[in-house]
Design a protein around this ligand. Sequence first.
Ligand SMILES: [Zn+2]
Length: 315
Amino acid sequence: MAGLSLGVDIGGTKTQWMVFDASFNVIAQHYVKTPALPAADWLCWLQQLLSPVLAAYPIQGIGIALPGIFSTEGVLQAVNLPSVHQRITHHELQALWSIPIMLGNDCRLAALAEAKLGAAKHCERVLSIRVGTGLGAGFCWRGVLYQGAHQQSCELGHQGLAAAVLVKWQLPLWSCNCGQLGCVEQYASGRGLLKLFQHFLQHSTEPTLPQWQQAFHRGDNAAKQSLDCWLDCLAALVNQQVLAFDPDCVLLSGGVFASEIQVSALVARIQQRFLTGWALPEFRQAQLLNSSCVGAALMVHQHYALDTTASDASN
Ligand SMILES: [Zn+2]
């Protein structure tokens, strides 16, 4: 049973844990509702959740994925998890158990899982972009996640929206929870689509996703306009990243892609933006279930070299 690792994905509504063997086969898994806890109780809850798993399996390392912005000390910002917002440090987590524990951004860890074991398994340079309510990304090179000097790489959502798109659609500069104006996440995320719909409707309140879907299906002009504008915002963002990273493969995923919003429509919009003759990456859809959980375990597995079997098996 050498090389067992535990991946944990703590989301705003659900927390999943999975135990993997050295070849990344799933040995056990479970999920619970993420409780709304005061910050003081958060580490205690985590300890109670995972201690039985650690007692049952000879786990050598724990990787934890969270939807947040990180610093070298720990969680800097996690707007969907108020109890861990600016409170959880690597040091506090490591004090809970005597085995290696690592913390990382859920979208970046999903990128690692896909690059190592999923849709981009044989690609050297993989850029993964996940569009849900918010917008997250990760970049892997030769199966290793690039985290940056301060664990803040690939915070693409806090780059500015492309000026050409801003001017074309005459959009206002919306403020972001990071403190800046005009961050692309405010326009190119699932929430951004609804804000754009509200903008084109000229309503005072933000519509819901079902309201946008109903309007879209009955051919409402503001709904169609918001999708057209949203595709421009997201295509411009991907275009900028392709120029920066020159990846072999761009993985696209997230809850925002559904029958009304096809990945193929986004890819077509991205391709329109490039000059003839440019070498483009392959665009693929992510394929792993629970990719953040898998990536969290992979991170600790790689970092502490718990075993070499997984990397051999996946090459
Ligand atoms: Zn921002």
